[in-house]
Design a protein around this ligand. Structure first.
Ligand SMILES: [Zn+2]
Length: 293
């Protein structure tokens, strides 16, 4: 038996100013709050409690929202889809009074943006100051140059990393939904065939979340492109298991990709998925989010 109690996910945009390696200022702005109504655990196969409409928050002129208003709009649109709320549901399951899953969003001009070498589109770090919070960094160059479809793909990708970062902590506070237990099992299964936590997360995403990412990104992008294109964007950034991949990573990755292709009659390969990311990385001005022009 559980008492009815409201638990909320707080989403922040955060702006940092750096001079060399020194951070000279940092401001955060509450962007939206999504609350569950509480009401006990759901039955088998349930998808959790309904989520209230995010609260609109007044903008401050010096905020990231001013620098990247389109990115803020994309994130708000993503948060409004029930497909995404369903996967975030364990974040907001009722639990101890003080348990809040804060996702703080940053733009980061220092993340790698190399055309030939490595590029880091986004990065998620556990927030050491919070028990179940994460900080999500989005590459400023991506926000300026990439297609809205790639930006939203990276946003959802990083939200899933944040979810995985925190799910074991949340389990300790008894705030993980019963129906998310298979996720914990899959995470430990894929940890055995991966060299890094990144690889573990990426195989779990490939096994369970690629369809959700593609669907939500397609909706927020007005489904201007084909379903296969949105799948390619979702898959193109998952072939990463740290600097030295585990021996079993590639074969597990291939099996999961084969299944996606068979189930959907797609012909996605690691190469054509990576090419799709490259195509969306620096697009002509007319194809970028209009308010970034
Ligand atoms: Zn990742």
């Amino acid at each position: 038996m559980t008492e009815k109690q409201q638990v909320c996910v707080y989403t922040y945009w955060v702006t940092e100013v750096w001079e060399g390696s020194n951070m000279v200022s940092r401001s955060s702005e509450l962007m939206s709050v999504s609350c569950s109504s509480g009401g006990g655990t759901s039955g088998g196969g349930g998808t959790g409690d309904p989520i209230a409409t995010p609260i609109k928050v007044e903008l401050k002129p010096d905020s990231l929202k001013k620098k990247f208003p389109c990115a803020a709009q994309i994130l708000e649109s993503l948060e409004s889809y029930p497909q995404l709320s369903d996967f975030l549901a364990p974040f907001i399951k009722i639990g101890a009074d003080s348990v809040k899953a804060n996702l703080s969003w940053f733009d980061d001009p220092k993340l790698d943006w190399n055309s030939v070498g490595s590029t880091t589109y986004g990065e998620t770090r556990s927030d050491p100051k919070q028990r179940v919070g994460s900080e999500i960094y989005l590459n400023s160059n991506m926000l300026k140059n990439s297609s809205p479809a790639l930006i939203s793909t990276v946003m959802v990708h990083e939200m899933i990393h944040a979810y995985f970062n925190n799910i074991t902590t949340m389990q300790g506070y008894d705030v993980v939904a019963d129906d998310s237990k298979p996720i914990l099992e899959r995470l430990s299964e894929y940890a055995k065939v991966s060299a890094s936590l990144n690889g573990r997360d990426h195989l779990t995403i490939l096994a369970s979340y690629v369809g959700t990412i593609a669907e939500v990104v397609g909706l927020s992008d007005g489904n201007k492109k084909s379903k296969e294109v949105y799948f390619k964007l979702a898959i193109g950034s998952l072939n990463n298991d740290g600097k030295t991949p585990s021996n079993t990573f590639a074969s597990t990755y291939k099996d999961l990709l084969d299944k996606i292709n068979k189930d959907n009659k797609f012909s996605i390969t690691i190469d054509n998925a990576s090419q799709m990311i490259s195509l969306n990385r620096s697009v002509p001005k007319s194809e970028r989010a209009k308010c970034l022009l």
